[in-house]
Design a protein around this ligand. Structure first.
Ligand SMILES: *Cc1c(COP(=O)(O)O)cnc(C)c1O
Length: 424
């Protein structure tokens, strides 16, 4: 049985492995719910981007919100990546992992003054500015502290990435970026501001994009702007084309990263922009297929309308199905004989929206381990403590070695920092 997603998550005989580590054994050793990642899958994903950019002045900035666990960040630091961050918390996290702040881009529509100060103090590579008021505040914050903020404007190219409305970001109605029509005026304004140095331009049109068309359209719109901005005597040194490349959850066929990059570089060269530094900000495509969430079947609950397979992982551990109606593969960690039964796979949280998969044919029994596939991106990083559920543990696998990279959270940690009211 071949599985969608990564070749590093595969059956050997009746047992599901991540690289050379059997998932039932990892589940027995570390308990469930348990995230397990293939480090090799992450390394191979990033090297596809790097291969395509070899010989160019470039930086691949891993969009760490996809999975911000320290050992994952460390894996990308070791691979030579920079990072795309969206908060002061992510800045602290990536610095704790050992990243070079000079390889960090700071994106996001709602940067606070304090976050700007921290990022300036750290010396980040570039602020991806998303609005005119943000630009003015950044100018004030930088000049107050006698520093200069390097900026690019995130422009909204108004292209449809053809993806889920919640993860589409490049349309006029989205909160992200500066409108295409305003961009030249905002750049000219930026050039007059103290504490601001214009260095580049960026766009990011959405996530889980499975087609090259939207990328090429966005690139053309961005290059039009570069030309218009430079006609006013400003210099844009880098092009940041964002992230958004999709992965295979079931039968999607996104372009390979190197094929997409080759196509974009060809267009960049054809339009005479080949000398510019190129940034990408991939998140999902670097980690999504590298991870699985292992969970134990607690109860099978047959019903008239539906059969339920109740597992010990829930929407707080893995929110994508509840939040985006996302389909993720669910398979047993050990195949067993017997006819599959169709189940809704659900967690213990007290919400009808707490489901991991609907109408899945599974041959499982209580006590079995199951794996949710392609759970490396936007899963652990979105985990919450709803229902006072401690967050899952995480294991990184490389070959036959497995490291616990995050201990299972303890319930007592969940109310640390809370205070009872004084008596009386
Ligand atoms: C989320 C995000 C990314 C990464 O998107 P993926 O779809 O995970 O590749 C890149 N850039 C910005 C600004 C983002 O917000």
């Amino acid at each position: 049985m071949t599985l969608p997603g990564s070749p590093h998550v595969a059956y050997r005989g009746d047992t599901l492995f991540v690289e050379d580590c059997a998932l039932p054994e990892l589940a027995a050793r570390h308990g469930t719910p348990l995230y397990v990642y293939s480090q090799t899958a992450m390394q191979q994903s990033v090297s596809a981007w790097q291969r395509a950019l070899a010989g160019r002045d470039h930086l691949i900035c891993y969009a760490m919100k996809a999975n911000s666990s320290l050992a994952v960040l460390q894996t990308f630091i070791d691979a030579g990546c920079g990072f795309d961050i969206v908060s002061g918390g992510e800045l602290q996290r990536v610095l704790a992992a050992g990243a070079d702040p000079a390889k960090v881009l700071f994106s996001g529509v709602g940067k606070t003054r304090e976050e700007m100060r921290e990022a300036l103090r750290a010396g980040v590579l570039c602020f991806n500015v998303e609005s005119e008021p943000e630009l003015d505040v950044l100018s004030a914050v930088a000049s107050d502290s006698g520093q200069t903020a390097r900026i690019s404007l995130r422009v909204n190219p108004d292209v449809d990435a053809g993806t889920h409305p919640y993860i589409s970001t490049g349309l006029k109605g989205n909160k992200f970026g500066v409108a295409h029509e305003r961009a030249v005026a905002v750049y000219r304004h930026a050039a007059t501001l103290p504490g601001i140095e214009v260095v580049g331009i960026d766009c990011h049109i959405g996530s889980q994009i499975t087609d090259t068309g939207p990328y090429l359209n966005a690139l053309d719109r961005v290059l039009d702007l570069v030309e218009a901005v430079e006609a006013h005597g400003l210099r844009l040194h880098h092009l940041d084309l964002g992230g958004g490349l999709g992965i295979t959850y079931t039968d999607e066929t996104p372009p390979a990263a190197d094929a997409l990059v080759a196509l974009l570089l060809a267009r960049i060269d054809a339009r005479g922009h080949g000398h510019r530094r190129i940034f990408f900000e991939p998140g999902r495509s670097l980690v999504g297929n590298a991870g699985v969430l292992v969970s134990e079947v607690l109860y099978l609950k047959p019903g008239e309308a539906k059969n339920f397979c109740i597992v010990d992982a829930a929407m707080n551990d893995l929110m994508r199905p509840a939040m985006y109606d996302a389909w993720m593969g669910i398979v047993p960690c050990r195949l067993r004989d017997g006819a599959p039964v169709t189940y809704d796979v659900v967690g213990p949280v007290c919400e009808s929206g707490d489901w991991l998969g609907r109408d899945r044919a599974l041959a499982v029994q209580a006590g079995d381990a199951i794996a949710v596939l392609s759970a490396g991106a936007y899963c652990m990083s979105m985990a919450s403590n709803y229902n006072s559920r401690p967050r899952a543990a995480e294991v990184m696998v490389s070959g036959n070695r497995a490291w616990l990279i995050r201990e299972r959270e303890q319930a007592s940690e969940l109310f640390r920092g809370e205070h009872l009211l004084p008596p009386g």
